[in-house]
Design a protein around this ligand. Structure first.
Ligand code: SF4
Length: 610
């Protein structure tokens, strides 16, 4: 068995309850490394083109990487994947905590679910033993209650990943929750689990993860930790986590405000990291093997609610705070709690609510549509009510549960111009009209408008915020480097914030696995994975091409209001010019399709072009 890997893939068919274990294939390890690489290769090879993402033939996958659970900083990460019910293209979500390493300790690199159970069920994986249990009593319950109940019944040493009512109701922004508040949030994969009638996956692993050169791994691991501990920013990250970004994003005018109409929220100090720390944080919380512990466990109490929640982290504060104009950190935390418990993605949730409020302001929807609810920016009740209505598909929530793109198509009246999404996925928390590289990152991300594969705001600040020239190369470099961490099964934050070099991760990979890949070899595989993902979109989404990468018209037709980016806009010509550069550098056609030559170069000649 190759070091670093659990060694097995677990397949469970929910229709006939068949469980199959198979060794993780050597060629999969060699050509796709792990986690996101394993997911896209499996989907591309095993999913028939045009499969209904919520039908019995759809696959739901959770996959760890070769460094997940090992002695390197922040190795408690996992990827969840499938065909997205929200976008119809490649769906993936990253999450961290203690669920991920449990998968490896049970001896698995990947769990693949297909089929559909007739009745609600939950899956218990206890090392080699796999059981499918009746979940009748849990169906309808919130994620927190489910996790608490299953831990009580099975034992504290089980890790639980579950869906809330939103996943059961096939809400297309439904997420999966584990570790009492960590989410595999994006692309609606909670609905895929819900369509299979799986309420939860429970894991316990007691095995050792094999390592090729343990002493060598310990040596490089110690060096990586040392780099974190001695970094001047270490304490800041422990104190504030990602909420430290709120003040900075407002200063540079990149904080989404009132459905991305501006990049500056005038009440930002009320929802900033220092305010959050002072008013609601109870204790720090970390994923497995992480010293940075960016997670914050908080208590939000007023005369209307009294809840505990992990967070809010930056993206949630940006989307439920600034984008919906909530200027009280307790209200943001309560909104976060509701999303987690009902099981919806806070980024898409916040964005869709901001979109609905703007539609209401413009008279595109009225009290007749909302059942008497008056929607207003800055009004906590508007936000809390819509979270519940979306999660339960009540009233107008049923339309919004399909995502902002589908809702805009339903409402009409040009609302598509300010539905802030690309490829159907709502944009995450950076306003980017004066950050062209960041905008290009959103336009070309592999799942829709997500920051994870390329976060380029600082590059824009360094190279000119109105210039679109020369941005494509940096975005491509980031799109190969950042997803590599998701492929290895580790958090990227020690690299970004503590400057742990990529070369150390490559060395840790060699020591763990015994596979002699250089840093460049790993980056080249990351490029293969990126191109295969693109081809999945080409295969699954009719008419996919250049138009799919264009952002909503608000970006190039409306000027920003407020803050340091007031008056900012990015002209359509500049957007088109960036795309030309990007496609050219990637070796894709002018319509954004990888060429035959490019696919061959990357060892993807088995992939058919349309
Ligand atoms: Fe988890 Fe935060 Fe640590 Fe990353 S930095 S591993 S997200 S606690």
């Amino acid at each position: 068995m190759t070091g670093g890997y659990g060694g097995s893939i677990l397949r469970i068919n929910l229709t006939d309850k068949k469980v199959v274990k198979e060794p993780t294939p050597d060629d999969l390890i060699r050509d796709y490394i792990g986690a996101r690489g394993f997911i896209i290769r499996t989907l591309f090879k095993e999913l028939a083109p045009g499969t209904d993402p919520l039908g019995p033939d759809a696959k739901f996958i959770m996959a760890a990487g070769p460094l997940t659970g090992l002695f390197v900083p922040s190795s408690g990460k996992i990827q969840t994947g499938g065909k997205s019910p929200l976008t119809g293209g490649y769906g993936e979500a990253n999450s961290g905590g203690h669920f991920p390493e449990e998968l490896k300790l049970a001896g698995y690199d990947m769990i693949i679910l297909d089929g559909q159970s007739e009745k609600p069920c939950y899956i218990v994986i206890d090392d080699d033993e796999v059981k499918i249990e009746d979940a009748g009593e849990l169906w309808g319950k919130g994620s927190f209650a489910v996790e608490e109940t299953l831990k009580k019944n099975l034992g504290e040493d089980f890790q639980i990943a579950s869906i809330g009512p939103a996943g059961e109701k096939l809400v297309k922004i439904a997420c999966i929750t584990h570790d009492f508040g960590r989410q595999a949030g994006r692309t609606g994969l909670g609905a895929v689990l819900g369509s299979k009638k799986v309420k939860a996956i429970c894991l316990r692993g007691t095995k050792a993860i094999p390592v090729h050169d343990l002493e060598g791994l310990m040596k490089v691991g110690r060096r990586m930790y040392e780099q974190c501990f001695t970094n001047p920013a270490f304490e800041l990250w422990q104190t504030y986590g990602t909420s430290a970004v709120v003040n900075w994003a407002n200063r540079i005018g990149a904080f989404p405000t009132r459905n991305f109409r501006g990049g500056y929220f005038e009440q930002f100090t009320n929802i900033s990291g220092p305010r959050m720390r002072k008013d609601i944080v109870v204790i720090n919380k970390a994923c497995y093997s992480c010293a940075m512990c960016c997670g914050k466990y908080s208590h939000a109490k007023t005369d209307k609610y009294d809840v505990y929640v992990e967070g809010p982290e930056y993206e949630t504060t940006a989307m439920i705070g600034g984008d919906c104009a909530l200027g009280n950190i307790k209200d943001v935390a309560y909104g976060n709690h509701l999303c987690d418990d009902y099981g919806i993605d806070t980024i898409s949730g916040g964005s869709i609510i901001a979109f609905a409020i703007e539609c209401f302001e413009k008279g595109i929807i009225t009290e007749k549509d909302t059942g008497g609810l008056v929607l207003k920016f800055g009004d906590p009740e508007s936000v809390f009510s819509l979270i519940k209505m979306i999660a339960m598909r009540e009233g107008i929530g049923d339309v919004l549960a399909e995502g902002s793109k589908a809702a805009a198509e339903h409402f009409g009246a040009d609302s598509i111009k300010f539905a802030m999404q690309v490829k159907g996925l709502e944009q995450s928390g950076y306003e980017s009209r004066r950050a062209p590289a960041m905008l290009l990152s959103y336009m070309t991300s592999d799942i829709g408008a997500q920051h994870r594969p390329s976060w380029a705001v600082t590059h824009d600040i360094a190279t000119g915020r109105d210039s679109a020239e020369g941005k494509a190369g940096k975005v491509i470099e980031l799109q190969h480097t950042r997803p590599l961490f998701d492929t290895l099964g580790v958090c990227r934050l020690p690299w970004i914030e503590m400057q742990v070099p990529v070369a150390d991760y490559a060395e840790a990979y060699r020591k763990a696995t015994g596979i002699d890949y250089s840093e460049q070899d790993l980056i080249s595989i990351s490029e293969r994975i990126w191109n295969l993902t693109r081809m999945f979109w080409v295969r699954e989404v009719p008419g996919f091409g250049r138009a799919s990468d264009i952002p909503p018209a608000r970006v190039y037709e409306e000027k920003l209001t407020g803050g340091s980016t007031d008056g900012g806009i990015l002209e359509r010509e500049k957007i088109e010019a960036m795309l030309d550069d990007y496609y050219n550098l990637r070796g894709w056609t002018n319509d954004g399709i990888p060429t035959e030559q490019k696919l061959k170069e990357l060892g993807l000649d088995w992939v058919n072009l349309p």
